[in-house]
Design a protein around this ligand. Structure first.
Ligand code: ATP
Length: 137
């Protein structure tokens, strides 16, 4: 049977996850990847998305991550993200407000040159992924 992998998820502000887990799926820039114990080491950038892992007790867990990168060693995965929250820490009302704000900016961007549509799209993406995770089980 495969052993556990240590998973660390940190942001500039704080440590979000630091525990032994069984399997990890993470949103790499080139596509989602999975890590079990004993794999070949690699380094990848991440896109905004969901880190899913099965904890030591066998419970499936979900964490929002916004960008950053992941280093996978045979027995340890380190994720450095710009922002991250566990599913249970996501404030759904805040994410919905952020979605509305970003959608308004994108609508306004059609007839105003000073609004940064790329930035608004990234904010909308973060809000929609948070809303999606908050609704998982
Ligand atoms: P907002 O527009 O609501 O600030 P954002 O996508 O711009 O959202 P981020 O820059 O990703 O926010 O994160 C800033 C900080 O706020 C981080 O510490 C992040 O964990 C936290 N955060 C942002 N949105 C939420 C949320 N909906 N629930 C819980 N924490 C959040």
């Amino acid at each position: 049977m495969a052993g556990n992998v240590k998973l660390e998820i940190v942001t500039p502000d704080k440590a979000i996850v630091n525990e032994e887990v069984k399997i990890i799926m993470a949103p790499g820039s080139l596509g989602e990847f999975g890590v079990l114990t004993g794999h070949t080491p690699f380094l990848t950038t991440l896109k905004t998305g969901i880190v899913r892992y099965t904890d030591a007790k066998g419970t499936e867990r979900y964490v929002f991550v916004n960008g950053g990168f992941a280093e996978a060693l045979p027995n340890k995965v380190t994720i450095l993200a710009e922002s991250a929250e566990k599913r249970e820490d996501i404030d759904l009302d805040r994410a919905k407000a952020s979605q509305k704000r970003a959608e308004k900016r994108l609508a306004d961007a059609r007839n105003q040159e000073d609004i940064d549509a790329v930035r608004a799209k990234a904010a909308l993406d973060r809000a929609l992924v948070r809303i999606n995770i908050a609704g998982l089980r």
